[in-house]
Design a protein around this ligand. Structure first.
Ligand SMILES: C[S@@+](CC[C@H](N)C(=O)[O-])C[C@H]1O[C@@H](n2cnc3c(N)ncnc32)[C@H](O)[C@@H]1O
Length: 445
């Protein structure tokens, strides 16, 4: 953890929280944070994102009229950090190895206010001290509001209730947990079993969690991973590691033409090329993100043809040559990876979901004609919403009579980020606790 004073970190955290409330991603906000403050700010800001709903409810109870944006963001940050959840008692706050007593948080928040909004310092002091005085009653009252109880927007809670009536509460709780750090071992360089041994020699603990997957006992900086710079291993969740084997199936002929239609930053492109000798076209509409595919492939020692284009505009980029296989890892709400991106729930709007579902359908419609007869297409999204998974595929199969769900191996369907994988059938290893994903494997008659 950083040695910067907590008041400095709180200034950066409040700036990041204000950016998210203005619609910018936490990653972008953290990228603007001075390097020496970034790890400490990130640890605190992630914690704040997981409790921001409760903080909003508390702030409205304590101060009905919103204060100026920065002061509001500072209050919300500290209220979130002090939120005790259902325990309803103030206790030390532990974040990434550091522990803060509630009165320390209040004092440091007042210091932070003095630096950025001097006139509001006594107001910040008064609000936060009142919260501590009234804590059990304030928390009990706030918990009556689902925004505080589940720390997700109401529309998100309702969508999960409709989509997963037996699992919605577990899904909401999982979104507020810390995800495991999972590695993909480069199949050209070794096995997961051998890599677990290399980890042990480096003083790190991991266990095999799939054909190429290793889960670390504790997350760590990638620089500490043996062979990371040389491309022996990459960071990739166990659910994301299903894409490449599903597309390759029992094997694609050497040199088979494969399209990775939404490729950046290239995790699945790299996995495809680690598993087979393929002629891969990696396409993405965002040229900046596409540059990351080049870096990813260079690190693992692979090559692909990179194309910056809108995948739907096939006339502009495809030159009419069909592909043997297509991976469509479509843009989505990212509702399956909230553990890793806790700001996502506050950035999305309910109206984004039908817009994204329409885009996903357009991508399928545009790419399907590029697939050879007999070819395979994997559609996936890192979403747990049925509207971006099952419903997109059901609607596509209605429109496209030449498409069918492949019979040679089960399509995983929806995977939920829960330890016992109660998704739609295809289980990863028990206890894998994968990211939320949807997978369908289609074939063309
Ligand atoms: C889920 S991410 C892909 C992750 C990637 N497959 C991986 O495993 O690293 C979706 C990507 O789709 C891209 N994208 C969004 N709309 C697109 C479009 N119309 N055509 C092509 N790419 C698009 C985004 O820029 C983003 O990089």
């Amino acid at each position: 953890m950083t040695s910067l004073p907590l008041s400095q970190l709180l200034l950066h955290v409040a700036t990041a929280v204000q950016a998210v409330r203005d619609g910018r991603s936490l990653n972008d906000a953290l990228a603007r944070c001075p390097a020496e403050a970034r790890p400490g700010t990130q640890a605190l800001a992630f914690e704040v994102m997981r409790k921001l709903g409760a903080a909003e409810v508390l702030r409205r109870r304590l101060v009905p009229k919103p204060p100026p944006p920065f002061v509001d963001a500072l209050l919300l940050s500290v209220l979130a950090l002090m939120w005790p959840g259902e325990e309803q008692e103030g206790a030390e706050v532990a974040v990434d190895g550091a522990r803060y007593a509630p009165h320390t948080l209040v004092n440091q928040a007042v210091e932070a206010a003095k630096q950025r909004a001097r006139a509001s310092a006594s107001f910040v002091n008064a609000v936060l001290r009142r919260f501590l005085r009234e804590l059990p009653a304030q928390v009990a009252a706030a918990l009556a509001d689902p925004l505080a109880r589940y720390n997700h927007p109401r529309w998100w809670i309702e969508r999960l209730q409709a989509d997963w009536p037996d699992h919605w509460q577990a899904l909401l709780a999982a979104n507020n947990s810390r995800p495991p750090m999972t590695l993909r071992v480069n199949a050209r360089r070794g096995t997961p079993e051998a890599y677990v041994q290399r980890l042990a020699e480096a003083g790190l603990e991991g266990r095999v969690a799939g054909p190429h997957a290793v889960v670390l006992a504790q997350p760590t900086a990638v620089q500490r991973l043996p062979g990371f710079a040389a491309g022996d291993v990459s960071v990739q969740d166990a659910a994301a590691q299903l894409a490449a084997p599903l597309l390759i199936g029992d094997g694609l002929p050497a040199g088979a033409r494969v399209l990775d239609a939404c490729a950046a930053p290239g995790g699945k492109t790299a996995h495809l090329l680690e598993l087979a000798d393929l002629d891969v076209t990696a396409l993405d509409s965002d040229p900046n993100r596409l540059a990351r595919v080049r870096d990813t492939l260079a690190r693992v020692g692979q090559r692909a043809t990179l194309v910056a284009a809108d995948a739907r505009d096939t006339a502009a980029w495809s030159q009419g040559r069909p592909f043997d296989a297509i991976l469509l890892d479509a843009p989505c709400s990212a509702s399956g990876i909230v553990r890793r991106h806790p700001d996502v729930r506050w950035l999305r709007r309910s109206t984004d979901i039908p817009t994204l579902a329409a885009l996903q359908g357009e991508l399928l419609d545009a790419l399907w004609p590029l697939l050879q007869p007999g070819g395979r297409l994997v559609y996936c999204t890192c979403s747990v919403f049925q509207a971006e998974g099952r419903q997109v595929i059901d609607a596509f199969l209605q429109r496209e009579t030449g498409a069918s769900v492949a019979s040679e191996r089960p399509s995983p369907g929806h995977l939920l980020p829960l330890a016992d994988n109660p998704g739609e059938g295809h289980a990863l290893q028990p206890g894998a606790s994968p990211d939320g994903f949807f997978y369908a494997l289609l074939t063309k008659s």
